[in-house]
Design a protein around this ligand. Structure first.
Ligand SMILES: Nc1nc2c(ncn2[C@@H]2O[C@H](COP(=O)(O)OP(=O)(O)O)[C@@H](O)[C@H]2O)c(=O)[nH]1
Ligand SMILES: [Mg+2]
Length: 347
């Protein structure tokens, strides 16, 4: 018995000593870490300024569009959907420019099958079902050819800014990029692109005001080929005395860009999300002149009509490949339907 007591007391004492020793050991380390922290933090912040202009957060940039969807997000309950809730869904979808056709698909689904996953969940699913395009972006050409991305769209939609953003992205990935200042309508257009070339580290080929845009693109291809550059991004004018001239000119630029050593691997039509339904009439004109392989939808940050992405894909049958979320050089992201729809509909 006594031996057992002694053993227990010794064990308890040993445990107590162990705990005290560990605390002693732990405390100074913790104090040291605290003391060192402010300096460490300052160093880190100073070292990584890119934190400030890293990829933008969708929720932050889509504030206006998220605001419109707030009323759908706040609809509670699941199962059968009442007339009032259907009205809210209809109004929100139309206000955000999702378009009549897709809005009707959503309403039919809610009427017929109710909302087993909640109203917002059902809207989310139907919107995602309508965003199933193939969105891969081609960056390489056939052997011996230089890949060209051609950018078309009316004046002011954001072509030049988009080119700068994509150039930055490609340069960040280690590619060598040549910009072709094919908007020769005003000298300021080439100046603007040249400024971006400097900032992004891309090379640029430009000519004077009124020069033939085809020859600018031709020269850019020559330069890219001679220097073994990875890709040419070609800007174009969004205006001419009349639209027939503009479209003829674009067709010609495209022919030049697609002739060896060049090969057009993507033709991006740039559309401004804030113009709403007007974007469609613009788009159709351009579609007649160029084989568009992808849409860049700019200024989604500045509009409550973010649903226009859905309408564009449905009406034009062309995938939205990138979206612009601001004026900064990193404010462009590859369009991801799940992240986008979640941003609108996740609580
Ligand atoms: N808020 C916002 N502004 C943009 C975006 N993309 C372009 N812009 C602005 O739109 C204006 C016209 O852009 P620009 O690239 O010159 O258009 P371009 O005439 O088609 O070349 C400029 O003030 C840009 O900063 C975007 O995604 N968001
Ligand atoms: Mg421009």
């Amino acid at each position: 018995m006594t031996i057992a007591y002694v053993l227990i007391v010794v064990a308890v004492l040993a445990l107590a000593v162990l705990v005290i020793v560990r605390r002693r050991l732990a405390t100074p380390v913790a104090i040291d870490a605290r003391a060192a922290m402010p300096e460490l933090l300052v160093d880190r912040v100073a070292e990584r300024p890119t934190l400030v202009d890293g990829p933008p957060s969708l929720n932050q940039r889509l504030t206006s569009s998220r605001g419109v969807f707030e009323r759908v997000r706040s609809l509670t309950g699941s199962g059968a959907v009442g007339a009032e809730q259907l009205d809210v869904v209809e109004e929100v979808l139309l206000r955000s420019d999702v378009g009549v056709a897709t809005t009707n698909v959503v309403l039919d689904e809610l009427r017929t099958n109710g909302a087993p996953e909640g109203v917002a969940g059902t809207v989310r699913r139907v919107l995602l079902d309508s965003l199933t395009s193939e969105r891969s972006v081609r960056e390489s050409a056939d052997p011996g050819r230089v890949p060209v991305w051609l950018f078309v769209g009316v004046n002011g939609v954001g072509k030049t800014t988009t080119i700068a953003k994509l150039a930055q992205r490609l340069v960040d990935e280690g590619r060598s990029v040549v910009l072709a200042a094919g908007d020769t309508f005003r000298a300021a257009a080439a100046d603007q692109l040249e400024e971006w070339a400097k900032r992004t580290g891309a090379d640029i080929v430009r000519a004077g005001e009124g020069a033939d845009p085809g020859s600018v693109v031709h020269d850019a291809l020559g330069r890219a080929d001679a220097r073994g550059a990875d890709i040419v991004l070609a800007d174009t004018a969004g205006r001419r005395a009349n639209s027939t001239n503009l479209l003829d000119e674009l067709a010609k630029v495209r022919r030049v860009a697609d002739r060896a050593p060049g090969q057009v691997v993507e033709t991006f039509m740039v559309l401004d999300a804030t113009t709403g339904q007007n974007a469609f009439s613009q788009a159709r004109e351009f579609l007649a002149a160029a084989t568009v392989t992808g849409i860049v939808l700019t200024k989604l940050d500045g509009t409550a009509r973010g649903g226009i992405v859905v309408a564009i894909e449905r009406e034009l049958g062309i995938p939205v490949k990138f979206v612009g979320l601001g004026e900064g050089v990193r404010d462009l992201i590859a369009f991801d339907p799940v992240a986008f729809v979640d941003s609108l509909l996740d609580a």
